[in-house]
Ligand binder design. Structure first.
Ligand code: SF4
Length: 301
């Protein structure tokens, strides 16, 4: 059962205007890196494993062909917000105010927009400023979901890697806390809006993998997975146990077998769904044409 917790705190005050940042000076773009299919399964991230479950052709485009995906404004919001939230917990508890969080967001965006990947993302400064104001509203929602002065993360941006025998899984989890009862909680921030509850369960797939990696590396079984959707101030949470993680390990090993077979046969069929709307490869996909691209600023990370 998924527990839904929404708008846990009173509304944070409205963010200040998005303040001045330097002018973009180079185009958006990404490097293409060729990879042979033999190396694809040397390591796999929870996100790529989720891609294969969502759509084998999407997995092929990302993990094998490694086609470039230009950064979108919602992705830029997600990256910037994650960096700001990580730094928030470098501060003493009393300093973790909404204003400091906004400052951190501005600082991180100022640094990101100077990089080739992010510069030129917006066609003009007004569009960028509107994105910035919208982003600060999203970031403000974080402080409606929990009081950062009362949070003491055990880990942040923790790199995990584990050899499961058939497959090596590697990824970075956003945050891990310890509840008052001493149990571990894996937390993931989403800057988009939460899906309806009946569609939320697949979103926990990656977190279950992180929980498995934590269990194997520390010997402690996390008790809870928590998804914090800042876009509409919603938290979904599930309880897990050792049986859950035994099941996810079996799923992962079965998935690695399926992916190996797909690579050997070069068989990556498209699997269209509502998520095609956010796929970067609609133009290359025989099924993707049926789905309209989302509005540029629709919040989804
Ligand atoms: S558009 Fe849909 S079916 Fe096609 S590759 Fe993307 S996710 Fe898969």
């Amino acid at each position: 059962m998924i527990l839904l917790m929404s708008s846990l705190k009173s509304a944070a005050r409205q963010p200040a205007l998005f303040e001045n940042v330097p002018t973009p000076d180079s185009p958006v773009g990404g490097d293409r890196t060729d990879a042979s299919s033999e190396t694809v399964l040397e390591t796999i991230s929870p996100s790529r494993a989720g891609d294969f479950k969502q759509c084998p052709l999407l997995f092929r485009f990302r993990a094998i062909d490694r086609l470039p995906e230009p950064v979108t404004p919602p992705q830029a919001r997600g990256t910037t917000a994650h960096l700001a939230l990580e730094r928030l917990f470098d501060l003493a508890a009393a300093e973790r105010t909404p204003e400091r969080l906004f400052d951190l967001f501005r600082e991180e965006w100022t640094a990101l927009r100077a990089t080739p990947e992010y510069s030129g993302l917006f066609e003009d400064l007004d569009t960028e400023r509107k994105w910035g104001i919208d982003s600060l509203r999203v970031v403000a929602n974080y402080t409606r979901l929990e009081d950062p002065t009362s949070v003491a993360p055990v880990e942040r941006e923790l790199m995990l890697a584990e050899d499961l025998g058939e497959i090596v899984v590697r990824g970075i989890l956003d945050r891990m806390d310890e509840r008052p009862d001493g149990k571990l909680v894996i937390i993931d921030y989403k800057t988009g809006a939460a899906p309806p509850e009946r569609f939320a369960l697949p979103a926990f797939f990656a977190l279950k993998i992180y929980a498995l990696l934590v269990q194997r590396q520390t010997g402690r079984t996390p008790a809870e997975l928590r998804l914090m959707y800042l876009g509409n101030s919603t938290v979904y949470s599930i309880e897990i146990d050792r049986n859950t993680l035994d099941g996810i390990e079996r799923q992962l090993l079965a998935l690695s077998t399926t992916i190996r077979a797909a690579i050997e046969r070069d068989n990556f069929p498209p699997k269209p769904s509502a998520l095609c709307r956010w796929c970067s490869f609609q133009d290359l996909c025989p099924e993707g044409q049926a789905y309209a691209k989302p509005e540029p600023n629709l919040p989804l990370d």
